[in-house]
Design a binder for this molecule. Structure first.
Ligand SMILES: Nc1ncnc2c1ncn2[C@@H]1O[C@H](COP(=O)(O)OP(=O)(O)OP(=O)(O)O)[C@@H](O)[C@H]1O
Length: 325
């Protein structure tokens, strides 16, 4: 007799999640996705598409207006009520501003120990872990005696990673992890993040305007437009042939090193509309290069297209069309 199949709940699941600010700004609108333990998922979309809001809901900083967020099968609201500090350890956010917000009067050692104190973790054990991670991050021990302004941008970013990793998190939400760094330092940081993912068995959600960051780091990418997921696909497949016209336009702005893959840049008309008064039908129809009558009236569902791809479009691009778009 074969063993019963045990369905494991995904580590992170959003089920029809909406978030409305102040009763009228619908920043997230029916967002559903799942991230399995150990996955590295990218989140892209232009400014105002709802990426930061999604991260804040995931981190339990904003309650969803409707829908359900679950962490390993448990509703996030229940988890936060049951074990708030446990969840704050389990899910860490790496923000670009995290470095700037480090207290300038505290030495790096005190800054790195601060999360351990806040979480009441045993100091001796925590410090041993801190030193181990410090070394793994390629930071000399002398760094601990310095103040934040005495280290380079790349090192400061590592200090922020150190502060997150001492808490032994499982989930890392990285918001623009390489923004503001020199290109060579960016590459090092991405390599480091990739190694840490393996070594610390982390699950990443990577938010970035820099599509190359997402391409290098992630296995799957979610594309958002005006509070909705418009496409989700394995990263490689998405970059090769986006199926949603918005994804195609967004990715066409990314310079490809491979001339065979270079596409013509698709320039979208106008700005992203306001989520206070979103367009009827497909949210993207006001800017879509191949809009049809149906798109103005009927909102497309997020449909499975096979091979792990979901697309919210009545007329998804075929592979050939995407290449010649
Ligand atoms: N506190 C708030 N109150 C009202 N509206 C808000 C608030 N925060 C964000 N918004 C609006 O919600 C929408 C989504 O914003 P969000 O910051 O999540 O987008 P984003 O994709 O993260 O943008 P960026 O890439 O610029 O960070 C935008 O229209 C924004 O103006």
């Amino acid at each position: 007799m074969s063993a019963p199949v045990v369905e494991r709940a995904p580590l992170i699941a959003f089920d029809d999640v909406s978030l409305v600010y102040g009763g009228k700004v619908r920043a997230l609108d029916g967002v559903s996705f799942a991230i399995g333990s150990g996955e590295v998922v990218g989140l892209v979309g232009e400014s105002g598409s709802g990426k930061t809001t999604l991260c804040r809901v995931l981190m339990g900083l904003l309650p969803a207006s409707s829908g359900r967020v679950t962490i390993a099968g448990e509703p996030l609201a229940v988890r936060l009520a049951r074990d708030p500090l446990g969840f704050r350890r389990q899910a860490q956010m790496l923000k670009q501003e995290a470095v700037a917000s480090l207290s300038p009067r505290m030495r790096i050692l005190a800054l790195a120990e601060e999360p351990l104190k806040i979480h009441g973790m045993p100091m001796a054990e925590g410090r041993a872990r801190l030193l181990r991670i410090l070394k793994r991050l390629g930071l000399p021990e002398a760094t601990l005696d310095k103040f934040p302004h005495q280290v380079s941008g790349g090192q400061a970013r590592r200090v922020a990673i150190l502060r997150a990793l001492v808490l032994e998190p499982q989930i890392i939400v990285a918001d623009e992890p390489t923004a503001g760094l020199d290109v060579s330092v960016q590459g090092d940081l991405l390599n480091l993040m990739r190694d840490l993912h393996e070594e610390f068995a982390l699950t990443y959600l990577v938010v970035s305007h820099n599509l190359n960051v997402v391409r290098r780091l992630t296995g799957r990418t979610i594309v958002m437009y005006l509070g909705q997921i418009v496409e989700e696909a394995p990263t490689r497949a998405l970059f090769e042939a986006p199926a949603h016209p918005y994804a195609a336009a967004l990715l066409s702005t990314n310079p490809s090193v491979d001339p065979a893959r270079r596409r013509e840049r698709i320039i979208l008309k106008g700005e992203i509309p306001s989520p206070i008064n979103p367009p009827s039908g497909c949210r993207f129809h006001t800017r879509c290069p191949q809009v049809e009558e149906r798109c103005r009236i009927e909102m497309p569902e997020l449909r499975e297209l096979g091979s792990g791809r979901r697309v919210r479009c009545h007329f998804p691009l075929t592979k050939t069309a995407a290449h010649t778009a």
